[in-house]
Structure formats: structure tokens, C-alpha cells
Design a protein around this ligand. Structure first.
Ligand SMILES: [Zn+2]
Length: 68
């Protein structure tokens, strides 16, 4: 194996997704296609969404109290 081939092979291995190791790690893969990344993101994302939802309820209550 030539050094160039080793380098290419190494690069290819490093280019694999760290999480699922079954696909090339591209931005689209990590954000959309990687099942493991999605599982790991679901937790934090859910709490962010919940925060905004609670915040919206707060805004609604504020609006209600101001409208009377
Ligand atoms: Zn992946």
C-alpha cells in the first residue's frame, strides 16, 4: 500500500460518522439522516421546545391580564 493509499484510507475512515459509523459524516447526515444523532438530539431539543411552549403560555397569560 502506498502512503497515498494509506492516507486516503485513513481519511475515509475518519470521514465516517462518529455516531453510527455506517455513513459519511456530512452535515446533512448528522442533522437529518443519522438515526443515532437524532436520538441524542431528541432529548435536548424536546426540552428547548418545552421551554418555548411554557414561555408562550406565560406570554398568553400576560396578554390576558393586560386585556381586562
Ligand atoms: Zn451517523
Amino acid at each position: 500500500m502506498t502512503n497515498e493509499e494509506k492516507k486516503k484510507r485513513n481519511f475515509y475512515e475518519n470521514d465516517l460518522c462518529d455516531l453510527c459509523k455506517s455513513s459519511e459524516e456530512t452535515v446533512m447526515h448528522v442533522l437529518r439522516d443519522c438515526t443515532i444523532a437524532r436520538q441524542e438530539l431528541r432529548g435536548p431539543l424536546a426540552s428547548v421546545l418545552q421551554f418555548f411552549q411554557e414561555d408562550m403560555n406565560g406570554v398568553e397569560k400576560l396578554r390576558e391580564s393586560l386585556s381586562c
